[in-house]
Write a protein that binds this ligand. Sequence first.
Ligand SMILES: Nc1ncnc2c1ncn2[C@@H]1O[C@H](COP(=O)(O)OP(=O)(O)OP(=O)(O)O)[C@@H](O)[C@H]1O
Ligand SMILES: [Mg+2]
Length: 352
Amino acid sequence: MADFLLRIEDVARLTGLEESLLRFYESEYPAELPEKIVQGGAFFFDPASVAAFTAIHARRQTGSGKPQKAPDHFARVIAVTSGKGGVGKTNLALNLAIELQRLGRMTVVLDADMGLANVHLLAGITPRYSLRDLLAGQVGMADIIEAGPEGIGIIAGGSGILAMADSGPQERCRIIEALMQLEKAADIILVDTGAGMGRGVRDFLLAADEILFVITPDITSLADAYGLLKALHQENLPPLPIHLVVNMVQNLKQAAEVSLRFTGCARDFLGREISDAGYVMRDTTVSQATARRMPYSVYRPEARVSKNSRAIAHTLLQKELPRAAAGSSFGRYLNLIREARQRLRLPAQERA
Ligand SMILES: Nc1ncnc2c1ncn2[C@@H]1O[C@H](COP(=O)(O)OP(=O)(O)OP(=O)(O)O)[C@@H](O)[C@H]1O
Ligand SMILES: [Mg+2]
């Protein structure tokens, strides 16, 4: 038995590491840490934990290293979407970003929700600027990336994005041009598209490298997601990777059944292969974390939902393509819009 016991605040002070990071290491490396000691109904750390946490942290710093963006490639842009609202996109995008960051990828969440831009609320930050300020020419891209939990970047939506939904191709080009700067600043950009199938949402989906559909076991969620996929398919969505996450499941069986139904429909009726990236259990930890204005992966890294999100992050990284060959996805889309505008203009010019 240890001579004296430590509370997590003591370990944080002695190691210089944040409590949330300690909890994360506890859940990731249980075998490398001394058992916790129960006294008076509470858990305490053995003093040997300080050296063990320090060793884990040092190894991670030198191994995968602190996330540092490789300078000469474009970010992997993953648009998180759903069709139906309220299925858990924002929570997943935010917590997935945290898990990806912990795995060594510099990750930014772009809040592109037209209706209720709320990534910053769930992350517990108060953004100073949004994309709207960038478009107004008042600030640069670096100013609008807010530092979020665990070092992720957050770009607040604001009404600049809202206006984009109804704007013409010229304004849409300006937004996409601005986002091209962002692609050089991050490894992964997760775009929280908001619900629905409007022009603004579809723009982000067509501009992305990959799409991640979030659905729930609710049949209307499945139908709406399929409807969106079908609309994109009819709009000649390129053959980009499409992933699926089933959220709010009661058990594994349900997750597998829902996933099979969606991937089966996509394959049989649209000829699209969808890869199953995992599931997240229905868990009150999500609302508890929201009430504290904390992402659940920070509030309770050892909770089931956090572990589920970590597993999804691992799966997505396994599917990482070599970025050297990849170009700018927003740039690619910009060219598409410009070409379309050119085509629209041509007949008028020919008539003149
Ligand atoms: N795994 C989960 N378990 C329990 N509740 C969840 C889970 N995921 C999300 N929720 C709850 O579902 C609600 C919607 O979550 P969230 O805001 O992330 O969804 P959304 O798809 O981004 O919604 P919107 O379409 O309005 O943007 C919230 O109340 C959230 O707490
Ligand atoms: Mg949302």
